[in-house]
Design a protein around this ligand. Structure first.
Ligand code: ASP
Ligand code: MG
Length: 419
């Protein structure tokens, strides 16, 4: 075949090639065997006629081990140095995966976040991706290479290494897929997809075939540990369908897409967050501006607040309670005490023995039968509800942590999610 025709063929072929972004989590690349298996899977996908970009996390428990190591050296490691350290985990896995692919005889290149132009804000340990300059990735793809990208990391304006927060590789994958206008973004993990409850806690949890961004976002942010919440927000923003599936089999997985308006109100899943704590400020003067003052102090301290309740027990004073992530408890109590002192509230109490149990599904809040069944199930199991909060697609209760896992299984059964 004359040279020129070969080129033309190549070009037209290129245009028809799909770009697939795959992401493999830490467990999927947790050992030599697993890395080899993932390598074969990636090559198959490329041989099927696609351009493949792969985002990987650090192997197994590497990131936890690095955090541990840092804390043994310095109980308060500087965030900037923490990012330099944590980003090494992904550098190990991208290089090893590239080596594994190379043994199969397929052209491949690994790139760090900085090398593939992932620019982030400069908040260390929880940076946000601002932009991706895809020039390098595109150049490598055009050269026929499989591109392996380090998840979880980027660089800020000063070219310092940043990380995106624990579990952030999902977000790297979605951002890379959006920037490349990829045809698919597949998140490979050690389970078959998104379940209607955490299978480690609810034995009869079922895999969902399809779920909306909003629903999965609630599952993720309510502690179901499915996907990094930011990755789902990004996918929704760019209208990028996500597939979550197992790296161990060819099962279909779960497709995450925009909400189907025709869907009837139905409970899709249950989530339990055990890593929370409740803070109460007793006998706060009842006058305008008090809540504003408290929550602006908490906001300034960067503390994320969840359920808020204000009770009036007697004239002129209120009790204000709210929940925070258990990791923020110490900081939040300090702020609450300062506030209580300033406004002459009576005292600050806190409670770590609580958990948040939520049901999630489009349209559930407008449906009283669903609320009634949820609360009835808790009542019949002797579970006391301390606080209730609702949003358009979820209903959350604050209950005793001790009773929470059992209650979760019962609620799962009550909504027939085990069928
Ligand atoms: N390796 C990082 C972590 O363990 C990022 C990720 O796994 O997505 O949090
Ligand atoms: Mg993860």
């Amino acid at each position: 075949m004359p040279e020129i025709i070969k080129n033309i063929d190549k070009k037209s072929e290129d245009r028809h090639q799909k770009i697939i972004v795959q992401k493999y989590g830490g467990t999927s690349v947790g050992s030599v065997e697993k890395i080899k298996r993932v390598a074969r899977r990636i090559v198959e996908r490329q041989k099927a006629g696609n351009r493949v970009v792969v985002v990987v996390s650090a192997m197994g428990k590497t990131t936890d081990d690095l955090v541990d190591l840092a804390n043994r050296i310095n109980p308060n490691p500087p965030s900037r140095e923490m990012d330099v350290l944590l980003a090494t985990g992904e550098q190990v896995s991208i290089s090893l995966l590239a080596m594994a692919i190379e043994t199969i005889g397929v052209p491949v290149i690994s790139l760090t976040g900085a090398q593939c132009g992932i620019r982030t804000s400069d908040v260390h340990k929880r940076a946000r991706i601002d932009a991706i300059d895809t020039t390098r990735i595109e150049k490598e793809l055009a050269a026929g290479q499989i591109v392996i990208v380090a998840g979880f990391q980027g660089i800020n304006d000063q070219r310092d290494i940043t990380t995106l927060g624990r579990g952030g590789s999902d977000t790297s994958a979605v951002a890379v897929a959006a920037a490349l206008k990829a045809d698919a973004c597949e998140i490979y993990t050690d389970v078959d997809g998104v379940f209607n409850a955490d299978p480690r806690m609810v034995p009869h949890a079922k895999k969902l075939n399809m779920i909306s961004y909003e629903e999965v976002l609630e599952m993720a942010s309510l502690g179901a540990g499915v996907l990094h919440p930011r990755s789902v927000e990004l996918a929704e923003k760019f209208d990028l369908p996500l597939v979550v599936r197992s790296s161990y089999n060819d099962n279909e997985g779960t497709l995450i897409v925009r909400k189907n308006k025709m869907e009837q109100a139905i409970v899709k899943g249950i989530a339990l967050d055990e890593n929370i704590a409740k803070i109460s400020i007793m006998e706060v003067p009842d006058k305008p501006g008090i809540a504003f003052r408290l929550f602006s102090m908490l906001a300034k301290a960067n503390i994320h607040i969840d359920m808020i309740v204000q009770n009036t027990n007697r004239a002129n004073v209120n009790d204000i309670s709210f929940t925070v992530n258990a990791d923020d408890l110490q900081d939040a109590v300090t702020v609450a005490q300062q506030f209580a002192f300033e406004v002459e509230a009576q005292k600050v109490e806190f409670d770590k023995g609580v958990a948040k149990l939520s049901i999630i599904g489009t349209g559930i809040v407008g449906n009283p039968d669903i609320a009634s069944r949820f609360f009835e199930t808790l009542y019949k199991n002797g579970v006391n509800i301390r606080t209730i909060s609702t949003s358009e697609i979820k209903m959350s209760t604050l209950i005793d942590k001790e009773a929470a896992r059992d209650a979760m299984v019962k609620v799962h059964e009550a909504f027939e999610l085990d069928r």
